[in-house]
Write a protein that binds this ligand. Structure first.
Ligand code: SF4
Length: 332
């Protein structure tokens, strides 16, 4: 069985190479919790000093609960993400009100600012609850060793890796196993240069044997679809209309379009503009375009912004137009 061999090998590795940290070996849930909150967005070297100072000033959860928010934030200064400190302060008060630290995963999870990962980390290390703490390091180790290419930032990915990590938890050793996974990911199976040559689980590592250490874990790119508003004016004057060729460095480079107003005011001409269509939607890969389309029939030939030329209306069909513009012109 890969699983049990994997866990045994990691625990053996941890006994030899586990990091020495000031909060290691303690079973005080408060100290463990503080370390986990500090390390959420902070490098371990910097976090260590902050932890020592924090524990010195607020040695117990009661001490933290009775502090003012100002005091807590001052001690946190330089760590950033101040909501972490505020949540921790609020949670300390919750804990004191409840008469002590909750000793179940659900109880921990109910504290302000505590998510699945922190609940599992504190629960396993302080109370040896059988909960797998899955952070970025753990995703990487599991994805590589077991050759899993489900994207880690999807619901399916979270479920898959959480289930696998739980399955791998050796009975009664959740605390050591969670710490082993975190340390192994942070120091051995690192993002850029994993130490595969002296890796304790290299024999069974799927990524190593299929040459995919650089490809796993997989992260799904989240496309941010931006909206862009375009206002087109079809100018009609004595059988002529205005077009311009779209410039380089933007959508539809080199294609032609009628008078475009983007982020500006409509021109004030004697003859009012006639709205032909509004909010016509056109979807591109990374963008949603919303177009308003006006018809202008000025009595005098208006001046055009730079880049526009007058063309015969009967010849517009000879110019290469973006699909959206074709769609708009068909509405005339
Ligand atoms: S062999 Fe390399 S990629 Fe595989 S678990 Fe070990 S360090 Fe990570």
């Amino acid at each position: 069985m890969h699983e049990s061999a994997f866990s045994t090998a990691l625990l053996r590795w941890f006994a030899q190479y586990g990091r020495e940290l000031p909060w290691r070996g303690i079973s005080d849930p408060y100290g463990i919790w503080v370390s986990e909150v500090i390390l959420q967005q902070t490098r371990i070297e910097q976090g260590r000093d902050y932890w020592l100072r924090f524990m010195d000033r607020f040695p117990t959860v009661e001490a933290l609960a009775t502090a003012t928010e100002d005091e807590v934030l001052r001690l946190w200064q330089g760590l950033g993400y101040y909501s972490r400190a505020r949540n921790m302060h609020a949670a300390a008060r919750q804990i004191v009100e409840q008469g002590g630290f909750p000793q179940t995963i659900e109880g921990l999870r109910a504290l302000k600012g505590v998510g699945d990962y922190t609940a599992a980390a504190v629960g396993s290390m302080a109370f040896n609850l059988p909960a797998a703490a899955v952070d970025g390091n753990v995703y990487r180790v599991l994805a590589r060793h077991f050759g899993i290419d489900v994207p880690i930032n999807t619901a399916q990915g979270k479920h898959t890796f959480q289930a696998l990590a739980s399955e791998l938890l050796p009975e009664g050793k959740a605390s050591a196993f969670n710490q082993a996974m975190m340390d192994f990911g942070a120091t051995w199976c690192t993002p850029k240069s994993p130490r595969c040559l002296d890796c304790p689980v290299a024999d069974t590592c799927d990524a190593l044997h299929t040459g995919r250490t650089g490809l796993l874990p997989v992260k799904e790119k989240k496309l941010t679809v931006k909206e862009r508003h375009l206002t087109y004016i079809y100018v009609r004057h004595q059988g002529m209309t205005a077009l311009r060729r779209r410039p380089a460095g933007d959508i539809w480079q080199g294609l032609w379009e009628p008078l475009l107003i983007e982020n500006g005011d409509l021109p004030q001409w004697e003859t009012p503009l006639k709205l032909v269509a509004s909010n016509v939607k056109h979807v591109l890969t990374h963008r949603v375009l919303l177009a308003d389309f006006f018809l202008a029939e000025p009595t005098r030939r208006p001046g055009l912004p730079p880049g526009y030329i007058w063309v015969k209306e009967s010849q517009v069909g000879e110019y290469a137009l973006p699909r959206l513009v074709e769609k708009l012109l068909s509405l005339l």
